[in-house]
Design a protein. Structure first.
Lengths: 222, 1008
């Protein structure tokens, strides 16, 4: 899932300092699961903004609405009635949500309430880790199911660097050297031979280097 | 079976401390009538006196109070306070007990605990609950949460002036009452008379009684307690100043053979550490806290870590038996003179000295035991028959708690469960024969389509509320609130009369919701809920406003604002009441079969306990045969013949018609919940069962230290025991044997004490001396932890020439192979120089470790392990055999290191707890439960991860909460990131409505 972390309240309050009525839009997708932007967080944020503004003597009105997902146009359209009369929209979705909202409501300012961090998963309740670099050309079949593209700080493709010490990465003692993990796992699987294969140069054009990407599935299109 | 049927399905429980209460609850919960007899006017024993409890630092009263309330309200328990056992006649299974019930003068059924009587009582006395530090009247309530919630007249000091009976508005006081003799029929007896403290004034060198700042540990507990003399402020009794230094003196009246109190009281080391930690939290910043000890015995589960934590926080541990406590010249300060191990003498000054006094059987226990015909040990305790854990010298009489020997709270709770279980097993077949039959209630009113009609009852509580709050006015204002159709005042809403009136107004005004503005829901909610249910309303259409404890009591000095607040509280309660919805009760049918995992001594004991009570049991053992770790043992701690015991146990298990033994069995999958589990085995077989007991045992650590595995003369204790029994030449011919303690225990990677090794070592040392008196035996130890009566063995070993040498972790013994012999080098703690011992055999007291498979089982049964790999109980103190996952219980080494006898006790207790589920035909939900709106659920797992009772699961893409497991705590509802979960009657709008009512009054007040 996409992991996002809410921006500090002061920053969000700054976005809407001149507004009198705002829509706080939660998202029922990834950000609900990573506990940063579901209905609960949307209402807490709305409440916090109201309290802050009341203390400042300029009360703010809030409307909250949590769409099942903010990355599908149908769910955004369903918000047409709740945006009536608001001065701005604050989106608690990942970076996709505010953009979809901005497209749908060209005359309204839309502000992000989140810093969208990465694609990852939960390690324990309240701990999330980055696992996928969205590089567009997966090599996990060669690396024992462990991604060096994103889990190695240098994204090294062909083995550890000189900074790998006792299985740990030189940038942080608590960080496992991903190439050590890859080696250990392939050894356990009896597939160290995979490391001897000469891999072709990674095609970064499938990643961000090729500009914004688009996936088209003609077979499912109507 | 025909004889069994004639046994009386009732049990007499003598003594109502935590052990008596736990035994009563377990028995009552399995369909036996319980007579809980208590000499004093209130139930509870010693636990209410404590401030906090180790090792969790929970408030003692907070954790105990729910048990008191449950016991008090249980329909199968008849509580007889101020009552003594006079005589026990008849035969086991069909006893007749004669009880003397002393006149209380105050009828606890009528008394509402308002306290008007104490107000007028002219006689002031010392408070027994806070001795010497606060005052009470000749009519008083022992402590705030006491049950019965009734005042007590001290017959010795009462002047019989009659003023109290004139002011009592419910007519509860009657001086013409006489003592009564009751005769009851019972099938079994549980003796749980508890303990009292050693009186240190008989040892003048401690200065107790002479210096006001020398206290016993219990007096110090009262000092720390919020209900204590100075409301929890830590002050010196002599001058009411904060102390700058406190010393604890251990083993006062324990481990003292000069006064024939040779035994170790077992609990005082931990309680001193706890008191020191609490004092540090409550006292001044740089409070000095020193504990003078002999051996620091932190042998219980989690205790060693607690000790390490205490040392880290600055509690100083001084290994010394002090000489004397004296007063500083010119007063103001106490001096402790002591010698360290090297013999250097020091004197230190303290502001307070706490004597960690030992435990002894409660006063009058000798007499009670005589009436019951029980034999006692040399110290006056009723030590259980070997390897039974609870049996006494008489059939049908079982012992629990500190009456059987000094023990801590979990030990008492476990033993109480076992005693209840054994009583029930002894009376099997008679359950349900003596308990009051369940009253069929009329169906609940259907509220569909009807508007809320709220009734508000405002209680005067004698003068408790009415003395501060204008009750008629409050009732009048409440009557004007939206939705309220009746509001009236009652003198005592909780009295029988008040209850009848409540039913009457419900009928007359067709009320469909009730608010009682009175005292605490903690004590009274259940009572009112029963009453409104009898009047045909769902129990959940009820709300209380606590205008006594949270208003009139605390704002005595400010009646004006107290009145405003009382109305706020009532408005908030009404705001909730109008929104209340009836709560449906969910039921699930119980499968009366038990699954026991593990075929060791604990597993077999549990299986037999349950099977003898008539339940089918499937006993799984992963190896090919029954016996477990005990198969390697020869002699029990009290000299028992373990192989003989074990072979009897195996035979009884294997031949029991209700036990199915499955050896070589492994669990593959577990589904379902309490009452209805389905466990699938490796071979695909499915077992359906209502409860499960996990008794997977433990193992002896395989040391890597001290040449173990490299030299055949280095053995573990179990190996040494076997070799001794087999008189193997290498061992039998040994001239010198060295036993090294704490091998693998109390080390950073295993920061717990293995509890059994010290006593085992002493036992083996004695056995070596028995077999070959000329053998030199050395025991190298860190703290010798022969707790309880095992201390006598330690004493005996020393007197027979076993040499005990203490070592420090920074200078561990060294074992070297030295040709013919083993050279053991150890630094002697007194000589302070290395000693070389030429040994023939070295025995290693290797740690007790948890089996690795616990991890897998924990996952399958949705229970948790502690960091040492042992199973984690629901509550360390009060639920030591339960998991927080309902229907799953534990016994034996799986829970933590313990000796064979302790495993047996816990196994019986686990069986008793499992029977409280198996004996029911159905389980019901506990009231308000959390409900999921599936369409909003993102299946994020938050509820699944956070539910303490494992009631939440993701099923078909959304969370589902099993109502019979849900306890309505609301954690999931609060944490659900998409607000897909709600707790019925605690929804956001309800809480917002309440809080806005609460705020409104104070806002208006500010404007005034």
């Amino acid at each position: 899932m996409i992991i996002a972390e809410q921006k500090p309240l002061a920053e969000i309050a700054g976005f809407v300092k001149d507004c009198e009525r705002v829509l706080v839009a939660g998202c029922g997708g990834c950000v609900t699961v990573c506990l940063s932007g579901g209905e609960k967080e949307a209402e807490i944020l709305a409440g916090a903004l109201r309290i802050k503004r009341r203390i400042e003597g300029r009360p703010l009105e809030t409307v909250t609405y949590t769409a099942p997902r903010q990355c599908d146009p149908e769910f955004i359209e369903a918000m047409d009635c709740v945006v009536q009369g608001v001065d701005a929209v604050i989106s608690l979705a990942c970076g996709v949500g505010p953009q979809y909202l901005a497209e749908r409501y060209p005359d309204l300012p839309v502000y992000p309430a989140q810093n969208t961090k990465f694609a990852g998963g939960s390690r324990a309740h309240g701990v999330w880790e980055e696992y996928c670099g969205l590089c567009g050309d997966c090599i996990l079949h060669r690396t024992g199911g462990i991604c060096p593209v994103i889990r190695c700080p240098k994204s090294i493709q062909n083995g550890p660097c000189g900074g790998s010490q006792k299985g740990k990465c030189e940038i942080n003692r608590d960080l496992d050297c991903v190439w050590q993990l890859i080696y250990d796992r392939l050894k356990r699987l009896g597939r160290l031979d995979l490391l001897k294969e000469v891999a072709p140069l990674k095609d970064w054009s499938k990643s961000r280097d090729g500009g914004p990407r688009r996936v088209i599935r003609e077979d499912v299109m109507i | 079976m025909s004889i069994r049927k004639e046994r009386t399905g009732a049990v007499l429980v003598v003594g109502s401390g935590i052990a008596g209460i736990q035994a009563s609850l377990d028995l009552a919960g399995s369909g036996y009538l319980v007579y809980l007899v208590e000499q004093s006017p209130v139930i509870g024993g010693n636990m209410p006196l404590l401030d906090k409890t180790f090792p969790t630092n929970d408030c003692s009263m907070c954790i105990f109070s729910p048990k008191l309330v449950e016991c008090a309200r249980h329909r199968n328990i008849e509580i007889l306070t101020c009552t003594e056992l006079q005589e026990l006649r008849g035969e086991p299974g069909r006893f007749k007990a004669v009880l003397l019930k002393r006149a209380r003068y105050i009828d606890p059924e009528k008394c509402t605990g308002c306290g008007d009587c104490a107000e007028v009582c002219p006689r002031e006395l010392d408070d027994a609950f806070n001795p010497g530090t606060s005052a009470r009247k000749a009519v008083s309530r022992p402590y705030a949460q006491a049950f019965p919630n009734a005042y007590v007249i001290d017959r010795e000091h009462c002047l019989q002036c009659g003023q109290c009976s004139r002011v009592c508005q419910v007519g509860a006081i009657d001086f013409t009452r006489q003592d009564e003799i009751l005769e009851i029929e019972i099938g079994a007896v549980v003796v749980s008379s508890g303990f009292e403290l050693f009186d240190p004034s008989s040892l003048p060198y401690y200065g107790y009684g002479r210096f006001p700042d020398v206290l016993t540990s219990f007096e110090f507990e009262r000092l720390l307690s919020a209900s204590g003399p100075w409301e929890g402020r830590l002050l010196r009794p002599s001058n009411l100043q904060e102390p700058a230094s406190i010393a604890w003196v251990q083993c006062v009246g324990s481990r003292n053979i000069r006064i024939d109190r040779g035994y170790c009281s077992g609990v005082c080391c931990m309680s001193a550490i706890k008191e020191a930690l609490t004092a540090r939290a409550r006292g001044p910043l740089n409070l000095r806290t020193d504990i003078f000890f002999v051996d620091l015995r932190t042998h219980g589960k989690g205790f060693e870590k607690y000790r390490v934590q205490a040392e880290g926080q600055g509690v100083r541990l001084i290994r010394s038996r002090i000489y004397a406590v004296t007063e500083k010249e010119g007063g103001d300060g106490l001096l402790i003179r002591y010698a360290d191990e090297a013999g250097n003498i020091f004197t230190e000054e303290y502001d307070l000295v706490v004597l960690s006094v030992g435990l002894q059987p409660s006063g009058g226990f000798l007499e009670t035991a005589g009436k019951l015909g029980l034999s006692l040990n040399r110290y006056g305790f009723c030590e259980p028959v070997e390897l039974t854990g609870v049996a006494t010298s008489r059939q049908g009489i079982f012992v629990a708690g500190a009456s059987s020997g000094p023990k801590d709270i979990p030990g008492s709770v476990i033993q109480a469960g076992a005693a209840a279980g054994e009583s029930a097993r002894y009376l099997a077949g008679s359950e349900g024969t003596r308990v009051p039959s369940v009253v069929e209630l009329s169906p609940e009113q259907d509220l569909t389509g009807s508007e809320p009609r709220v009734g508000v009852l405002v209680c005067r509580c004698g003068s408790n509320i009415a003395g501060v709050i204008d009750v008629p006015k409050l009732a009048e204002k409440a009557g004007e609130l939206p939705g309220v159709v009746y509001a009236g005042e009652h003198i005592h809403a909780c009295s029988q009369e008040g209850q009848n009136k409540l039913k009457q107004v419900i009928r007359e005004h067709r009320l469909n919701r009730v608010v009682v503005a009175a005292c605490s829901p903690r004590t009274h909610r259940g009572l009112f809920q029963e009453t409104i249910r009898e009047a045909g309303l769902n129990r959940h259409l009820f709300e209380m406003a606590n205008i006594r404890d949270q208003c009139s009591w605390v704002h005595l000095q400010d009646p004006d604002r107290a009145n405003v607040k009382a109305f706020d509280l009532v408005r908030a309660a009404v705001a909730r009441a109008v929104r209340l919805k009836p709560v449906e009760t969910f039921f699930s049918v119980v499968n009366p079969r038990a699954l026991v995992v593990g075929g060791g001594a604990a597993g077999m004991t549990s299986a037999i306990s349950l099977a003898d009570r008539g339940y089918q049991v499937s006993l799984l053992e992963k190896t090919g045969r029954l016996g477990g770790l005990a198969s390697g043992m020869v002699q029990g701690f009290r000299g028992e013949d373990v192989p003989e015991f074990l072979s009897r146990l195996i035979k009884a298990t294997a031949e029991h018609p209700k036990i199915e033994v499955l050896t070589g069995a492994e669990i593959k999958n577990v589904e379902g919940t309490a009452g209805n589990f389905t466990t699938t085995l490796g071979d695909g077989r499915k077992i359906r069962h209502g409860a499960v007991i996990i008794a997977t045992g433990g193992a002896e650590y395989r040391p890597v230290e001290y040449l173990y595995g490299q030299d055949s003369r280095v053995l573990t204790l179990l190996e040494l025991e076997k070799a001794l029994a087999g008189r193997e030449p290498a061992v039998a011919g040994a001239k010198t044997v060295v036993l090294i303690q704490c091998v693998g225990s109390r080390e950073p990677e295993r920061m717990y004490c293995s509890r059994v090794c010290c006593t085992k070592s002493v036992r083996l040392a004695l056995r070596i001396k028995d077999q070959a008196p000329g053998t030199n035996v050395y025991v190298l130890f860190r703290d010798l932890r022969t707790y309880g009566f095992y201390e006598d063995l330690y004493q005996e070993a020393r007197s027979r020439g076993v040499v005990f040498i203490r070592y420090e972790t920074d200078a561990k013994p060294l074992v070297e192979a030295n040709g013919e012999r083993l050279k053991v080098t150890v630094t002697d703690h007194i000589l302070r120089r290395p000693l070389e011992i030429q040994a023939d055999i070295v025995g290693l007291a290797a740690a007790a470790v948890a089996p690795e498979e616990n991890q897998r089982l924990a996952h399958l049964f949705k229970v948790s392990l502690n960091e040492d790999g042992f199973f984690h109980e629901a509550h360390v103190k009060l639920s030591p055999v339960d998991f927080s996952t309902k229907g799953v219980f534990m016994a034996g080494l799986a829970h933590g290191p313990k000796n064979l006898e302790e495993c047996i006790v816990q196994a019986k207790a686990a069986a008793a707890r499992a029977a409280t589920i198996l004996s029911r035909t159905r389980l019901e939900s506990q009231g308000t439960v959390a409900v999921v709106q599936r369409e909003k659920c993102a299946a994020c797992l938050t509820c699944v991860r956070l539910c303490p009772y494992k009631a939440a699961e993701i099923k078909k893409g959304a969370a589902e909460i099993e109502p019979t497991l849900c306890r309505g705590c609301g954690i999931c509802a609060g944490e659900c990131p998409n607000k897909a979960i709600t707790l019925l009657n605690y929804e956001g709008p309800v809480l917002f409505a309440m809080s806005s009512e609460l705020c409104r009054g104070s806002c208006e007040d500010e404007r005034v």
